[in-house]
Design a protein around this ligand. Structure first.
Ligand code: URA
Length: 421
């Protein structure tokens, strides 16, 4: 094959053959196909699309670019993947909850980039906690504890690692076939055979509309089926941050509240809903995750999971050097709190990174003290901004102010409006 012929095929709108796909993905991984050729092909795929068979084959070729883990465990293995959002700390309570219910959950996760946080960045706020585990350590912890959240290894789907970095700088991320094959190649290479996908839609998500999110969810589920992985997907809203906390240590604290039977209602609800989906795939639908969560047993599993990776679950979490409180300048009802805007504020306060290898501040983030639909009075605290770099506060305030609306007109309480509507 010649790379230009493969590019031309897709540029002119035809389907790529299995042989073309396997060749180009392998040759790109080995450095035989150049970055500029793969960038042109990615743009042709973005503009022309790929059919179901092409997407399944592309995913397979990316899996075959590296090794596949074979995790061993006597309990049913089930995984969850979220397409990412603001304040999405669900993995933290979910993995120990589902483990407590009888399944085993391997969560190989990444670090955050841009306005969405990374699960590993959050857990690294816990003193002593270690993200890097060997395949043997993962298997042992799955057997002993039932839940592992750790770093993905560079040997899983290396073609995706290289291609994702290229797409990032060539405006070719937003393609459903490329996003779906990227996500599924990593998950299938992990060796799980049951997977629940939380596909986010709204301002804080990759997919801004429900139609796009539905298309992504359908494509992900089809890839799973083509590769023998039992896959289900749920579409969930990401217009406003999930829970109150957005950042690293603040999100860990909120997850611990949920594991102890408290925490914000939306975080509890989504954790339980995803746990039900995972338990159904694992053949454990007779266990009620809501009851298990309320019992506090999942908190015990959390402590064992953190200790198994060197962390101290009882240790104090890092405190920020500076806390700035933003108060309401008018009375009224908060009618909008935008996920993307709050995500950007947390990121600029130091919770996230702009470049892949930047450090993050474990204590940085935002606590949203009021949720949309709630009434506020003048002077009432709306947000706490946490940071070790107080000079960042003035810079984020205009972004934060643009991220929420308070409507001063007298309106019926939100609960009545919801019932009326
Ligand atoms: N997440 C991924 O893993 N890959 C993409 O292409 C987009 C989001």
């Amino acid at each position: 094959f010649a790379a230009v012929d493969v590019i031309r095929t897709k540029r002119d709108g035809a389907a790529l053959s299995d042989e073309q796909i396997r060749w180009v993905v392998d040759a790109y991984t080995r450095g035989v196909v150049a970055d500029e050729q793969m960038a042109a092909l990615a743009m042709a795929i973005l503009l022309r699309g790929m059919d179901r068979a092409e997407i399944a084959c592309w995913t397979g070729a990316m899996i075959d670019s590296g090794e596949r883990l074979s995790l061993r465990c006597s309990r049913p293995l089930v995984d969850k993947h979220s397409t990412g959002g603001v304040g999405d700390k669900i993995t933290l309570p979910l993995a120990p909850l589902v483990a407590t219910c009888g399944a085993a959950v391997p969560q190989l996760s990444g670090r955050g980039l841009g306005h969405t946080g990374g699960t590993l960045d959050k857990l690294e706020a816990i003193p002593g906690w270690r993200a890097e585990l060997s395949a043997d350590e993962i298997s042992r912890q799955l057997e002993d504890v039932g839940a592992v959240v750790c770093a993905t290894t560079p040997t899983l789907a290396p073609a995706d690692r290289k291609l994702y970095a290229l797409r990032d700088v060539t405006a070719t991320v937003d393609s459903v076939p490329l996003i779906a094959s990227s996500i599924m190649s990593k998950k299938i290479a992990e060796g799980v055979d049951r997977l629940v996908l939380d596909v986010k839609t709204g301002s804080g998500a990759f997919m801004k509309t429900r139609e796009q999110a539905r298309e992504l969810a359908t494509t992900l589920v089809e890839i799973g089926a083509a590769h023998g992985v039992a896959t289900t997907a749920v579409l969930t809203a990401m217009d406003t941050p999930l829970g109150s906390a957005v950042g690293n240590a603040v999100e860990v604290a909120e997850a611990v509240d949920v594991l102890r039977g408290g925490g914000p209602a939306d975080v509890v609800e989504l954790t339980v809903a995803l746990a039900r989906e995972m338990l159904a795939l694992a053949g454990l639908s007779d266990v009620d995750p809501a009851r298990v969560l309320a019992s506090g047993q999942a908190y015990e599993t959390w402590c064992r999971m953190i200790r198994a990776q060197g962390g101290d679950p009882e240790a104090a979490l890092p405190e920020p050097a500076h806390v700035h409180v933003v108060e309401a300048s008018e009375a009224g009802t908060m009618t909008r709190l935008d996920a993307y805007g709050v995500g950007v504020v947390a990121w600029r306060l130091g919770a996230g990174r702009a470049r892949k290898d930047d450090p993050v501040q474990p204590a940085a983030g935002v606590r949203c003290l009021v949720k949309p639909g709630q009434r506020v009075e003048v002077g009432q605290p709306l947000f706490e901004l946490h940071t070790d770099t107080p000079e960042a506060v003035a810079a984020v305030l205009p972004t934060l102010r643009a991220a929420y609306d308070i409507d001063g007109h007298e309106t019926a309480p939100a609960a009545l409006q919801a019932r009326g509507g």
